[in-house]
Design a protein around this ligand. Structure first.
Ligand code: ASP
Length: 255
């Protein structure tokens, strides 16, 4: 086509351009439904593979506990931080980071979501570039509050199912190891469940127990990644406010 005169190939070029536009539109529509599709496909697998009704009920309770915990963390704790320390309307904050949350939800990876998180922080939250380019990459790597919360719940659930009666010291050890393991977890899908082995070993529970929660892990991974991404954005907002206030301290005579 390159070798022929432009006029001669114009019609074919238009056909190809239109075909390309149609395919891009189809991909757009598919990406809109992808999160729902992934969740439903996983739930169907879970129902088909659940070993027994009782185990299925226990898994459902475990999943509901993690989801409630994440909701309280994002819409309770983060909301307060955004309002009191970030001095921003939490509704506006959550609207601003929604694209990053959705991408985190569908990719299950804070690292893959990083460009979207940075874009939301810069364009919607108006965070300074030097702040966001420092805080967000570090946050995506080590700040995983959702993963930490999930690991705590998962370790206790596995211990209970396997018949271990945890002492208070062991429960405190779960908190400490979940915090450290979430810092060490890679920002990729399924990293949280692998790091759970450390938590289970620290309290003497057989790490093979993670097999119990494999079936429901992917939807929970999607939700905890959206939480991790929200946490990073919240910290960036706070850092932006504190560092801006420090850089421009109020002067005598300022109103
Ligand atoms: N997928 C999570 C993230 O990238 C890590 C995990 O909990 O598995 O933030």
């Amino acid at each position: 086509m390159i070798l022929l005169p432009a006029k001669q190939i114009e019609t074919l070029k238009n056909v190809l351009d239109t075909g390309n536009a149609i395919i891009l539109k189809i991909v757009d529509i598919m990406m809109m439904f992808a999160p729902y599709g992934v969740v439903f496909a996983l739930i169907v697998t879970l129902i088909a593979e659940a070993p027994s009704i009782d185990m299925f009920k226990a898994l459902a309770m475990y999943a509901v506990t993690v989801v409630l915990g994440l909701l309280v963390l994002v819409y309770g704790v983060y909301t307060m931080f955004v309002y009191f320390f970030g001095k921003m309307n939490p509704v506006k904050f959550f609207k601003a980071i929604l694209p990053a949350q959705l991408l985190g939800f569908s990719t299950s990876s804070s690292a893959a979501t990083l460009p979207a998180t940075m874009e939301c922080a810069e364009e919607n939250l108006h965070i300074r570039k030097d702040v966001l380019s420092f805080v967000l990459p570090i946050g995506a790597t080590i700040n995983m509050d959702g993963t930490c919360l999930y690991q705590g719940v998962a370790a206790i659930f596995i211990a209970q199912v396997m018949g271990y009666d945890l002492t208070t010291a062991q429960q405190l050890s779960v908190i400490a190891t979940a915090t450290l393991a979430s810092i060490g977890a890679a920002a990729v899908p399924g990293a949280g469940i692998l790091m759970l082995v450390i938590g289970l070993e620290s309290i003497g529970v057989n790490p093979a127990g993670i097999a119990l929660i494999f079936a429901v892990d992917r939807p929970l991974d999607m939700l905890r990644t959206a939480t991790d991404v929200s946490g990073d954005s919240m910290v960036a907002l706070l850092m932006n406010r504190f560092s801006t206030a420090k850089a421009n301290p109020p002067q005598i005579g300022d109103k």
